[in-house]
Design a binder for this molecule. Structure first.
Ligand SMILES: [Zn+2]
Length: 100
């Protein structure tokens, strides 16, 4: 298993991005949609930075607080959250640049 350091690598290698909260709640993001979200907003897509931008919906609902996940794991599991996906052409263009 290759070690992804940023969302783009996670997406290129088809890993789900699992965000795990201290409360035990976890969500698995489709990596393409998550990458595209960060990419479109010009946000830092390194995984350490991504973790700081995510927060647990369960904790938000229960305590009204934005609790960051304790860790992000790269998994081979079906995503539970799929954000809008990049256009296929745009994705291929970025992948080609990455392989370049
Ligand atoms: Zn939580």
């Amino acid at each position: 298993m290759k070690l992804a350091t940023c969302l783009f690598e996670a997406a290129a290698w088809h890993y789900g991005v699992k965000a795990i909260c201290q409360c035990g709640h976890a969500a698995i993001f489709d990596p393409h949609g998550l990458w595209y979200h960060f990419h479109r907003h010009g946000m830092d897509e390194r995984l350490g930075r991504v973790r700081e931008k995510l927060w647990c919906r369960e904790c938000g609902r229960r305590h009204g607080k934005r609790v960051r996940p304790v860790k992000l794991e790269m998994v081979r599991e079906m995503p539970s959250i799929t954000l809008p996906l990049p256009d296929q052409r745009e994705w291929k263009r970025v992948v080609n640049r990455f392989r370049g």
